[in-house]
Design a binder for this molecule. Structure first.
Ligand SMILES: Cc1ncc(COP(=O)(O)O)c(C=O)c1O
Length: 479
């Protein structure tokens, strides 16, 4: 039986106070808590009482001591809910036809009166918007007339130098001339598909797949062949090999680091096997790494490009998730398709906006980007864990949820009899939007799934997730 607060030892009171601050989210995973000396001064208690309190919190796995740095809040244990099952799509390719549903969801996403729990938009409070505004204002003041001239692919050299330098952290040896700047990651993927496929061709994709990519497949008149994908370690290589042996696959599309929506991350060794498999069959891999920098682990996962010996990996990324989605700056390393990609970029949109490229290059050069990423990783790790906890306690039995080690979305499998479009309508009436699982498969593999965005976390969002859980329970009961 818990003892009355008045009967607690001093160290227990301190430990409880910190525990509450962790539970409320005041101290988040990765935060440093006050040092032993600070706490003893603040609370007017002895150093040994604080030390004992910290030891207790350490033994409960709530905080950890880091030599010479202090005490830090640990990431909470993963949600006890099971993870979603590995997807099991059919064996045939199919056309994509999602535009009507997509447009409906997009309209609701733009409605500022709704609580946005679905759209994978980054949290503007965590993006360096003021810093970027200042950099751009400074650049605009100094800009020569030449800044307004057409720019041609491959894009601003200063920015390509920065991208090539960073690529070393993800295992790549790139030269600036290996990089082509695009108007966001979407255009990078669009151009890659254009470069290697023609209408009617078959592309193999992870299942589930980010709907933006499915839309590009739809626009190009391609057929998508969904490959079973594990919520932890990504696309099944056995299933992919089988698909390749039975279909004329022209390209494979993956989000190998922190997939949207699945959160899966292909282990580095498996990335190597994936690239070797595709090299054997001479099939290009279009790998989307937009969330690769947002990892919650010690080290950045490598990219598939790191294992590319034949120029078959077209690595795409963008600054939309960590600097600004509205600047529309992304990039691709097209490997052996460099000429085709540069020509397509020239033909379709000439260049990404010059001022935006200059601003991002300056931000990276100054060290601001590294600082920004460290903050983002810490905050998103905390927010993902909070969201996961509320889903765990607020959603009915039979719910499953992913445990991503990066990015900022959760993929939630609801009990089988719940259709996420019914939930969508119900949630909308309650002022909430979610992203229905229907959008992530051309063959509707995920009718009872939803994607939730954890980029922002506050009380209204927490209450909205709790309400959503009650709506799911109501739909389960209705049967
Ligand atoms: C996986 C993934 N790829 C690409 C994009 C789009 O990137 P961009 O805004 O740079 O075009 C998004 C945005 O939601 C995404 O989640």
């Amino acid at each position: 039986m818990p003892r009355k607060t008045s009967r607690l030892f001093r160290y227990e009171k301190i430990a409880n106070r910190i525990k509450q601050l962790i539970e409320k989210g005041t101290y988040r995973p990765g935060d440093r808590i006050p040092s032993v000396r600070q706490m003893s001064e603040q609370q007017v208690v002895s150093i040994s009482s604080v030390l004992q309190a910290y030891l207790q919190l350490e033994s409960e796995g709530l905080i950890e001591a880091k030599p010479q740095s202090g005490y830090f809040v640990c990431a909470p244990a993963a949600s006890p809910l099971p993870e979603p099952e590995i997807s099991s799509p059919g064996l045939d390719p199919s056309h994509v036809n999602l535009h009507d549903l997509m447009m409906m969801v997009m309209r609701d996403t733009l409605n500022p009166k709704l609580i946005q729990l679905g759209a994978a938009m980054p949290n503007l409070e965590l993006l360096p918007t003021e810093r970027m505004n200042r950099i751009m204002a400074g650049l605009a003041r100094k800009a020569s007339k030449g800044t307004h001239q057409y720019q041609l692919p491959p894009g601003l050299e200063k920015l390509r130098v920065q991208i090539a330098k960073r690529a070393v952290n993800s295992g790549c040896q790139l030269s600036p001339s290996d990089v082509v700047i695009t108007s966001g990651g979407t255009e990078a993927i669009d151009i890659c598909l254009h470069a290697v496929c023609k209408p009617g061709d078959i592309v193999a994709i992870e299942s589930p797949m980010y709907f933006g990519t499915l839309q590009i497949i739809e626009v190009h008149g391609l057929r998508a062949l969904e490959i079973p994908t594990n919520p932890r370690d990504g696309i099944s290589l056995e299933a992919l090999q089988f698909a390749i042996e039975h279909n004329p696959i022209k390209a494979v599309l993956t989000i190998s680091n922190f997939s949207n929506p699945l959160g899966s991350c292909i282990p580095d060794e498996k990335k190597k096997e994936l690239v070797e498999l595709l090299t054997k069959y001479d099939i290009p891999l279009i790998d989307n790494d937009v969330s690769g920098e947002i990892y919650f682990t010690e080290k950045r996962p490598l990219v598939t490009k790191a294992f590319d010996t034949k120029g078959l990996v077209m690595l795409c990324s963008s600054f939309s998730k960590d600097i600004s989605p509205s600047l529309r700056v992304g990039w691709v390393t097209p490997g052996r398709y460099q000429n085709a990609v540069e020509w397509l970029k020239f033909t379709l949109s000439a260049s990404a906006p010059t001022l935006a490229q200059m601003a991002i290059a300056e931000f990276m050069e100054s060290g601001g980007y590294d600082h920004q990423l460290r903050r983002l990783r810490r905050e998103y790790a905390g927010n993902v864990s909070m969201l996961s906890q509320v889903v765990t306690r607020g959603f009915p039995a039979g719910t499953r949820v992913t445990r991503p080690l990066g990015g900022f979305v959760l993929w939630v499998q609801l009990p089988e009899n719940v259709d996420s479009l019914d939930l969508y309508s119900m949630a909308l009436k309650g002022g909430i939007t979610i992203t229905p699982g229907h959008l992530f498969s051309p063959t509707n593999q995920f009718h009872n799934f939803i994607r939730l965005n954890a980029a922002a976390w506050n009380l209204p969002i927490e209450r909205a997730v709790e309400r959503l859980g009650r709506m799911v329970s109501e739909l389960v009961e209705r049967g």
